[in-house]
Design a protein around this ligand. Structure first.
Ligand SMILES: Cc1cc2nc3c(=O)[nH]c(=O)nc-3n(C[C@H](O)[C@H](O)[C@H](O)COP(=O)(O)OP(=O)(O)OC[C@H]3O[C@@H](n4cnc5c(N)ncnc54)[C@H](O)[C@@H]3O)c2cc1C
Length: 346
């Protein structure tokens, strides 16, 4: 079976055409309806990479990337809320604790939707979320600056760091509870629909059984580094969507560049170990981001004044592109991107 023949690719296309794309501008302005996420839950896409034994599809990485491109190109807010789920699925797949048996099946089958709160780990040795041993469990204190899907997802995978430099990832219900308070959903230049909040943790206690991962920070960071140099399929999806708003004379050359960057980035991701080719992968990530900026800007230019209408796709895609420039950003990727921008301007 080729990647494009995979049933999940067909389902993603159907969802995109019938549900997501037709209401993307309304969702962008009014918020993500639960019905969109119900459709995602029913589609099987939440289990794209989950083990078959737990009801998932264990699909190749190419299928996971293609379905993400399709969803993001149709409605970036929906893509973003559901993409959080795939990190908890991967964490459970790799863990042996009781939480795997409790949650992997429901997450793989889409019965439960998970969010994630861990990007703050990347500011180590700053520890916005501190974890301490307390009884037969762990106590979490501090601030999670970004948590997406509040009020939309059921559980969250929360991470912090101990004084001894160990990362601890544990699951809890995604609702207010003793020791956990959420801000109001943030009003943002893009993705306001994703219900992103910050979380205040003041002695949130989670039992040892809720822990999915514990390891020294450096060991975790070694595998995380690969993630933050990868080209996001969402960047490709937004670029593809912007190209559909252009005439062929403008879109053609950009499409050729997109196909070259996409092929290069995915090929490198598939054949590299976590610590290999990091600089080349980051270069391709930045080239993909710049092409997305060009394509979304071209879509605005091509549409003229009408592009500024909130009812039209060009301005939405341009704002979603702004968001993707900082998603998963690290000090290193930010520095490299700024250097590339300066080099391009001179
Ligand atoms: C709308 C939105 C929704 C998001 N949703 C989620 C979510 O659901 N879950 C989640 O985990 N994340 C989420 N994020 C986080 C997102 O991935 C981060 O924006 C991205 O990682 C950049 O982080 P930042 O802007 O918070 O970090 P910044 O504070 O700008 O830091 C960027 C990097 O600089 C370095 N750094 C910063 N300050 C210091 C310092 N004082 N000392 C040393 N190094 C430092 C760190 O390496 C850090 O990673 C969301 C972000 C946005 C904008």
């Amino acid at each position: 079976m080729t990647m494009n023949e995979h049933p999940l690719v067909a389902r993603a296309h159907r969802l995109a055409h019938e549900v997501l794309a037709p209401s993307a501008e309304r969702v962008d302005q009014e918020g993500l309806p639960a019905s969109h996420l119900d459709a995602i839950r029913r589609s099987g896409l939440l289990g794209v990479s989950a083990p078959e034994a737990y009801g998932g599809w264990a699909a190749p990485a190419a299928v996971a990337r293609r379905t993400a491109e399709i969803l993001a190109g149709a409605c970036c807010s929906t893509w973003f809320v559901q993409t959080q789920h795939h990190t908890p699925v991967a964490a459970l797949t790799g863990c042996e604790g009781p939480v795997r048996e409790q949650l992997l099946g429901p997450l793989a089958r889409g019965e439960l939707l998970s969010g994630v709160a861990y990007a703050h780990l990347r500011s180590y040795p700053r520890t916005p979320v501190r974890v301490t041993r307390e009884g037969d469990g762990w106590r979490f204190d501090g601030t999670v600056p970004w948590y997406t899907g509040w009020g939309l997802n059921d559980v969250m995978l929360l991470a912090g760091v101990t004084e001894g430099g160990e990362v601890v990832f544990a699951f809890t219900e995604a609702r207010e509870q003793p020791g956990l308070r959420a801000s109001e959903p943030m009003r943002l230049a893009a993705l306001t629909a994703s219900r992103t909040v910050s979380l205040e943790l003041d002695g949130l206690w989670l039992p040892a059984d809720a822990v999915a991962l514990r390891k020294p920070y450096e060991e975790w960071a070694d595998t995380d580094r690969a993630k933050t140099v990868e080209t996001s399929p969402a960047v490709i999806g937004i670029t593809e969507a912007a190209l559909t708003l252009l005439d062929e004379e403008t879109a053609g050359p950009l499409r050729t560049r997109l196909s070259e960057i996409r092929g290069g980035a995915y090929d490198l991701a598939d054949r590299s170990a976590a610590d290999e080719h990091l600089a080349e992968r980051l270069t391709l990530r930045i080239r993909a981001a710049e092409l997305m900026r060009t394509a979304t800007t071209a879509a605005v230019v091509a549409g003229g004044g009408r592009s500024l209408s909130l009812a039209g796709p060009a301005q939405r895609l341009a704002r979603e592109a702004l968001f993707l420039l900082v998603q998963g950003q690290t000090a290193q990727s930010r520095g490299a991107h700024l250097e590339a921008l300066v080099a391009h301007a001179s």
